[in-house]
Design a protein around this ligand. Sequence first.
Ligand SMILES: Cc1cc2nc3c(=O)[nH]c(=O)nc-3n(C[C@H](O)[C@H](O)[C@H](O)COP(=O)(O)OP(=O)(O)OC[C@H]3O[C@@H](n4cnc5c(N)ncnc54)[C@H](O)[C@@H]3O)c2cc1C
Ligand code: FES
Length: 250
Amino acid sequence: MVSARVVDNLAVTETMHLLVLEPLFPVESPGPMQFYMVWLPGLEEVPMSVADFVGRRVSILVKPRGPTTSALASSRPGNIVGVRGPFGRPFEPPGKVLAVAGGSGVAPFIYMSRLLGSRLTVVYGARSAGEVGLLPSLLESNGASVAVATEDGTAGYRGTAVDLALELLGRERYDNVVAAGPPAMLKALGRALKGMGLEPMISVEAMVKCGMGACGSCALPGTTRLLCLEGPVFRYSEALGWLEEVVGEE
Ligand SMILES: Cc1cc2nc3c(=O)[nH]c(=O)nc-3n(C[C@H](O)[C@H](O)[C@H](O)COP(=O)(O)OP(=O)(O)OC[C@H]3O[C@@H](n4cnc5c(N)ncnc54)[C@H](O)[C@@H]3O)c2cc1C
Ligand code: FES
């Protein structure tokens, strides 16, 4: 594990914070969709997707959920955290890519937009405009196209990210669809695309502990696949056991 200094904390939406971390010793460069384990002294070590990597600085987008993510989101420049990784398998889809995201699931697509530029379109879904904030400008500054959906219609299209993604897929051809965010959104997308003969790639959020294939805590339900070595991106059909465990069977 490498110590890293928090050099910036930007509130990018009403709830999510983009932290820029500067490791005191260089860490290995990450590939798209990979993640680091981030440790806050006195609390836990949690997996965080790479939201950006410039020079040797790592950015993470934090959505407060429990004690560790809440403390991380309110950390200040100068605070020290621990960083381990990157973990997982880089996932860089070829061709024209449609990313469908909700909540902190958008984090890896900010980094992906730096690598894919105009090959990437991101559909970002939220309840209202306050949850959208600066995210479109972060993605667009790297050349990606952004389409926003809000459930209350206060920004962009009125409806869900899945509704908007289906509209885009009806109008344009994409070579790959990849999604990250709330499990209910991922399941609804997978089911809708199955009806169109398509299968999205899904970013899974299982419990990551060792990150090295040793403890088995990140095994995908119903498979022998380990998220920390082979994920976090899996085909929808491989992620279905996990989705049924966290969302329930319908
Ligand atoms: C590959 C991957 C990438 C992720 N990327 C992001 C991201 O970019 N931004 C973001 O905000 N969130 C991300 N998450 C989710 C984030 O890691 C969890 O929300 C966080 O671990 C919750 O910790 P907590 O203590 O704040 O909350 P709680 O839900 O209270 O967690 C309670 C306990 O469970 C542990 N825990 C909960 N979920 C996980 C988990 N998935 N893995 C390991 N331990 C867990 C915590 O360490 C803590 O000990 C990602 C998860 C995965 C698997
Ligand atoms: S986290 Fe231990 S095997 Fe994957």
